[in-house]
Ligand binder design. Structure first.
Ligand SMILES: *[C@@H]1O[C@H](CO)[C@@H](O)[C@H](O)[C@H]1NC(C)=O
Ligand SMILES: *[C@@H]1O[C@H](CO)[C@@H](O)[C@H](O)[C@H]1NC(C)=O
Ligand SMILES: *[C@@H]1O[C@H](CO)[C@@H](O)[C@H](O)[C@H]1NC(C)=O
Ligand SMILES: *[C@@H]1O[C@H](CO)[C@@H](O)[C@H](O)[C@H]1NC(C)=O
Ligand SMILES: *[C@@H]1O[C@H](CO)[C@@H](O)[C@H](O)[C@H]1NC(C)=O
Ligand SMILES: *[C@@H]1O[C@H](CO)[C@@H](O)[C@H](O)[C@H]1NC(C)=O
Ligand SMILES: *[C@@H]1O[C@H](CO)[C@@H](O)[C@H](O)[C@H]1NC(C)=O
Length: 534
């Protein structure tokens, strides 16, 4: 049976690469995703003062709470929402907490009533679609879950699972220990502590067929637009293309690896249409924590040559599994640069709830803070930034059909800076991030991406300037802030930067209001392009 399903899956892989969800992939590429963990986003009664003292237990967020707070997400410019799993989970308190996150499935055919009724879920989907927002649902295919007492091998009562109510649908128990050995991390059971993650035999036909039928029904019954496949790396490769094909929609598969060879083969072999971009995740985080932006530039090149299509990867900085960015470094300017990168990078921006509020939780579950504790503050600096950048990106997509498919061009990369240009002339976005932090000095650099005498706007401060004869603009760096330029003509009728003023040097940290240092003045006079060292 194992041999036959592998060859069937190989045949599906070819079909998938040929046609499959091409249209859905295109639709998702132009979206920007806000990732919601339902239990932690909003309560039905809208209350914001109730604290959740133990983040390993239920905090009370619901689908209705989310429906009522879609404005908060849409006003930030997001055009899609990814939500945590929706099916029924185990009810017990376990040594590792409650199933508030939704990853502990026991019944694939019942919705999780901790998050609301079926009608409330359908109302959520309808409300999103009315706003032209797409819904991505997280699904678990690697395992079904039961509480266990930490005595191995786990004594699992398989009859409690629906539909996989027999031991024959599962791999025999073994603990994943060899993280470099695919047979081991795909067929053994993950993290046996407090809960047993009974590993589904997705490499057998009955299990693969059932999961395919299930997901087809799930997508159809609830009008789901896309999937995130949890732990995709931990199911056998051959299962994935058939599963995605059955769903009929786009899917991100979670493949946790920073190695291009490990990740990109999922794309080049047609196993998955997209994956969260863990390749850039590590160097990007490191670049703001003692590392270098050159490493980000190098990983971009590696990913571009190993993967078929980096525009199908999910560009992210935080998720529910990793410590928050601000847990390593509280500096707001660094957080702004990192946010700017993921929103304007090639690929589908994916922002994890609370990132816009500069939450700083560390490992699970402290990285799953309740969003209501922020009172949904729309004045928070990263909320304001995200809103501006999503709007700029959405506008570029509207202006040009080629915006998304045009890969970014690196204009300049050094240890402290990365400047990229994305999109064809007329709808291009030129942006520079840096890792100088809010203590960063004032200086100016010259960056290309335009044509001679183009009027351009730096959209984060609404400053106008004119490109020089070589099509370069002068970037006035200061306080470590990121910079984002678009042609002034592209902003017509967008409501962005309706009033502007001439760009000028940024006041130096601790310097006079005018902030012109002697060398900067010289640079202004002579139009020097070089980076001026303070
Ligand atoms: C499972 O393996 C991990 C190492 O991958 C180890 O830390 C853990 O103690 C093992 N658990 C059991 C129940 O054997
Ligand atoms: C990989 O893991 C499997 C299952 O645990 C084991 O049977 C096999 O010997 C391992 N292979 C290597 C090369 O270690
Ligand atoms: C979808 O709806 C059909 C018809 O009511 C039902 O038989 C099927 O079990 C549902 N599937 C899921 C995954 O809920
Ligand atoms: C990805 O690129 C490789 C190498 O060019 C090619 O063989 C493969 O068919 C492509 N796969 C997809 C899914 O486009
Ligand atoms: C920025 O990059 C430089 C050069 O690699 C590094 O020394 C510095 O620590 C980085 N800054 C931060 C805030 O990590
Ligand atoms: C995390 O944020 C909270 C609330 O803003 C703050 O009180 C706390 O000091 C921060 N923790 C760390 C480790 O910076
Ligand atoms: C224009 O900007 C590029 C970086 O994009 C830089 O390498 C070049 O030196 C600049 N040219 C001038 C004339 O300043």
């Amino acid at each position: 049976m194992r041999t036959s399903i592998i060859s069937a899956a190989a045949a599906t892989a070819v079909a998938f690469a040929g046609l499959g969800s091409a249209a859905d992939l295109a639709a998702w590429k132009s979206r920007s995703i806000y990732q919601v963990m339902v239990d932690r986003f909003a309560r039905t009664d809208g209350s914001t003062d109730a604290a959740c003292d133990d983040l390993s237990l239920f905090c009370g967020g619901t689908w209705k709470g989310l429906t009522n707070n879609l404005d908060y997400i849409q006003d930030m410019g997001f055009t899609a929402v990814q939500i945590s799993p929706i099916v029924k989970n185990l009810e017990e308190h376990t040594a590792v907490g409650d199933a508030y996150h939704g990853y502990w499935s026991v019944d694939n055919y019942a919705l999780n009533d901790r998050f609301g009724t079926e009608q409330e879920f359908k109302d959520l989907v309808a409300a999103m679609h009315k706003r032209d927002m797409l819904l991505m649902v997280d699904v678990v295919v690697n395992n079904m879950v039961q509480a266990f007492d930490n005595v191995v091998p786990p004594k699992v009562d398989y009859s409690k699972f629906n539909p996989f109510n027999d031991e024959k649908y599962f791999h025999p128990y073994c603990n994943v220990t060899k993280w470099e050995n695919a047979t081991d991390y795909q067929n053994c059971w993950l993290y046996p502590y407090g809960v047993a993650l009974a590993d589904l035999a997705t490499d057998t036909k009955p299990v693969a067929d059932e999961l395919g039928n299930w997901v087809k029904g799930l997508v159809a019954n609830y009008s789901i637009d896309g999937l995130r496949i949890d732990a995709a790396k931990h199911v056998n490769d051959g299962f994935l293309p058939g599963f995605v094909e059955s769903s009929g929609v786009f899917a991100f598969g979670e493949v946790l690896t920073g190695e291009p060879e490990d990740m990109c083969r999922y794309q080049t072999k047609g196993l998955l249409p997209g994956m969260p971009n863990y390749l850039e995740y590590y160097p990007l985080n490191d670049a703001f924590n003692g590392g270098s932006l050159i490493d980000v530039a190098e990983m971009r090149n590696k990913a571009a040559s190993s993967c078929n299509d980096t525009t199908a990867l999910g560009s992210f900085l935080e998720n529910h599994d990793m410590p928050r960015f601000a847990n390593r470094n509280q500096d707001m300017a660094l957080a702004k640069n990192a946010m700017t990168y993921i929103l304007l990078n090639d690929g589908i921006p994916t922002v994890y709830q609370g990132q816009e509020q500069h939450f700083n939780g560390s490992l699970t579950p402290s990285n799953r803070e309740t969003v209501w504790s922020s009172k949904y503050n729309k004045e928070a600096p990263l909320y304001v930034l995200t809103s501006a950048l999503n709007k700029v990106r959405n506008n570029a997509i509207k202006l040009s059909d080629d915006y998304i498919s045009t890969p970014s061009e690196t204009l300049w990369a050094d240890v402290n800076h990365l400047c990229l240009k994305k999109g064809p002339y007329g709808s291009q976005i030129v942006f520079c991030i840096n890792n100088k932090s809010s203590k960063g000095d004032s200086y100016q650099v010259s960056v290309g991406g335009f044509q001679a005498n183009d009027k351009v706007v730096e959209v984060l401060r609404c400053k106008v300037s004119t490109a020089d004869v070589s099509g370069n603009v002068t970037v006035y760096m200061g306080k470590g802030e990121p910079k984002v330029y678009v042609p002034q003509s592209a902003l017509k009728d967008t409501g962005l930067c309706t009033t502007t003023e001439e760009d000028a040097p940024v006041a130096d940290n601790g310097a006079s209001a005018l902030g012109l240092t002697g060398s900067m003045l010289l640079a202004a006079v002579f139009g020097w392009a070089a980076v001026l060292l303070a």
